[in-house]
Write a protein that binds this ligand. Structure first.
Ligand SMILES: *Cc1c(COP(=O)(O)O)cnc(C)c1O
Length: 378
């Protein structure tokens, strides 16, 4: 039925550039604030259920104009992605995108879940490349610096009826960003949260829908009142650990009898966002860690197990993972008003594995080491 609709096609793109004298100039590295400034151009592609995907447009960054009855404003027909482009530290001229195919795959799963149109992943990647090349002078250089890319899709049907949108739009905006932690790592304190639930079985916690995020701010403010930066989201009667804030979460544990170590993260059971960083951490740890010493497991881990193992000295370290920070070390978890202290290296703000994982991933992102099929260089 959908086969008559036009596919998304990068070759149909219409480009209109912002006049040279009206352009924002590149921002100094030290002045970058996450998600505050944007490049000079954006990408938009409209879709409707008669024609399919229209010709993509790359044009000066600017406001969207939408009727107040548009369905995105009322029923949250919105989903997004987050990925980055890096200036290679090896070949000055190269721009590197990290695993964009994974983001496109996830974006299509999100759109399908809320009855928005799917699209040809390769074509959107080509369009994002075009967009980035046009503003390449605004990609900051240096370790920790990158261009954050925010592909978004919204339903643009007008009217208050609740139904499948007959119109939609993809837009992509880009923001030059600096390191998440300006002066190396800064380990965070978490509040284990069981009174509010981020995601549940049969829900949409595994999709990057805007509707998942607004309800998580209030619990974060509650945690902040008690001195903690983020929520450690628990789920179910066993109080299994799911995610931290808007990141996936990893725990390193040691069996004091056998000496064997284990890296654990929650399994993808529909309540966990399928992080590209999570997948990368798992793959690199399975490749780089000695299996005689380490096991890498996707399994349920309850907060009570963490508490017990910490008391026995078996908790080695813990970190969150996501595109913005890559990894974010954890130093403390408050659970039922008691603190579980997470070890850090002597005089440092992270564990050893956290540090290694950061290096393995960022070396690939900045072109220092190569990993087949994980980067798109242009
Ligand atoms: C985006 C996101 C992540 C991390 O995904 P990455 O692809 O690694 O950036 C984890 N959890 C939630 C809830 C997210 O929204």
């Amino acid at each position: 039925m959908t086969s008559k609709l036009a596919p998304l096609s990068a070759s149909k793109v219409k480009i209109s550039v912002r006049p040279e004298n009206e352009r924002n100039q590149p921002i100094k590295n030290e002045d970058l604030i996450f998600g505050k400034d944007f490049t000079n151009h954006m990408l938009t592609v409209n879709w409707d259920n008669k024609q399919g995907w229209h010709a993509p447009e790359i044009k000066p960054y600017g406001n969207l104009s939408l009727d107040p009855s548009t369905c995105v404003f009322h029923y949250a027909f919105e989903l997004f992605e987050g990925l980055k482009a890096y200036k290679s530290l090896k070949n000055e001229k190269d721009i590197i995108m990290f695993r964009p195919d994974k983001n496109m795959e996830r974006m299509n799963k999100s759109s399908d879940r809320i009855c928005l149109p799917t699209f040809e992943s390769e074509e959107l990647i080509k369009l994002i490349e075009e967009l980035i090349k046009l503003d390449k002078d605004m990609i900051p250089k240096g370790k920790g610096y990158s261009l954050y890319i925010r592909p978004t899709m919204i339903g643009t049907s007008e009217g208050l009826g609740v139904h499948t949108p007959d119109k939609a739009m993809i837009f992509v905006i880009c923001s030059p960003v600096g390191p998440y932690y300006k002066t190396g790592f800064k380990a965070v304190s978490l509040e284990a949260t069981d009174y509010a639930t981020r995601a549940w079985p049969g829900g949409v916690g595994d999709k990057k829908l805007g509707a998942n995020y607004a309800p998580c701010i209030k619990p974060q403010l509650e945690a902040a009142k008690r001195g903690h930066q983020q929520n450690l989201w628990l789920f179910g009667p066993n109080k299994n650990i799911t995610e931290v804030g808007t990141m996936n979460v990893f725990f390193a544990l040691k069996n004091s009898q056998t000496g064997k170590k284990e890296l654990v993260t929650a399994p993808l059971d529909g309540t966990i966002l399928e992080g590209v960083t999570r997948d990368s951490v798992l793959a690199l740890c399975r490749e780089n860690l000695d299996p005689a010493e380490w096991e890498v497991n996707e399994r349920y881990l309850s907060i009570d197990e963490v508490k017990e193992r910490a008391a026995k000295g078996e908790l080695i370290e813990a970190f969150g993972s996501g595109t913005a920070a890559v990894v974010s070390p954890i130093k403390n978890i408050s659970y039922q008003s008691e603190d579980i202290s997470v070890p850090l290296q002597e005089g440092k703000q992270s564990g050893k594995l956290t540090e290694d994982v950061m290096k393995w991933i960022s070396d690939i992102q900045y072109g220092i080491t190569e990993k087949a099929n994980w980067t798109k260089v242009f």
